[in-house]
Ligand binder design. Sequence first.
Ligand code: AVJ
Length: 328
Amino acid sequence: MPTSTSIHPILDQAPTTESFRKATLRGFRKDQKQIPSKFLYDDRGSKLFDKICELEEYYPTRTEIGIMRENVSAMAEAIGPAARLVEYGSGSSLKTRILLEQMGEDLAAYVPVDISKSHLLESAEALAEDYPAVPIQPVCADYTTSFELPEPPRSARRTVGYYPGSTIGNFPRDQARAFLEQIAHTVGPEGGLLIGVDLKKDVDVMTAAYDDAEGVTAAFSKNLLRRMNRELDATFDLDAFEHQVLWNEERGCVESHLRSTTAQSVTVADESFAFDAGETIHTEDSHKYTLDGFASFAADTGFEVESVWTDDRSYFSVQYCTTRSDSA
Ligand code: AVJ
């Protein structure tokens, strides 16, 4: 594979097997067994997630792309010239292409940050080929922990976070708040954040998005069992668990679970865990917001919502938030 010279040396902070083991054992000792959703995204999980984005039922991706296409010039104007764009959880950077198409040479740098190293490198190389004028500085990191931004190759007027996909929805409200605070700190005073936020709507529409007829989402979530078998010497029978989805009204999120279909005992990293029939492992939350709810939420974190773009059904929103000139 040709390596473009505009790709800067990659930093690798991908989570170790040890951190996966620790998080899994800690999560399995709780009453409601759980695994942090970031572990869904190993190489295979990231590829399955790309397939999810193309599913009929999964409205967020295509709705967000439509919003981006329709409003990209207003977005570029809001971001302004010579910005450094830092994408949190870049994956295959599909939506970013819309921004790069519009802003291209005007960007000081594009910094994709992702936990999956191969995914990150592949897409960084493809981008470098298609946008040779944009310096690309991939960072392999768990973006929820603090990581260092590489020195920009040309001076940037401001740093703008890009956090599409409503990935903010994976966090419970209090962690989402802490994360936005972290971004506000990273981008500094007069910084920006372009963020995709999924909105509350008809419950059936929301739950179907996480329980597609083809079973791609089920395979995505069961990939965690495979990963535990492979990396943690676990003994999961993939056929003895099923993917389960429910809307939690009180928390305002779609919950994904892996449900044990029988009573069984499973070994994970030399520790044995009993499952009752019907007992679940909580694997992911997808929180949904109202526009007002998100605005007041953002205001708690040092950001102010400056512009909101949505689709005609108000399924999804892309919002541009800024930090004040005197922010920490
Ligand atoms: C990547 C967190 C935005 O919650 O909609 C999609 C992940 N999981 N289908 C979402 C996901 C199952 C997705 N996010």
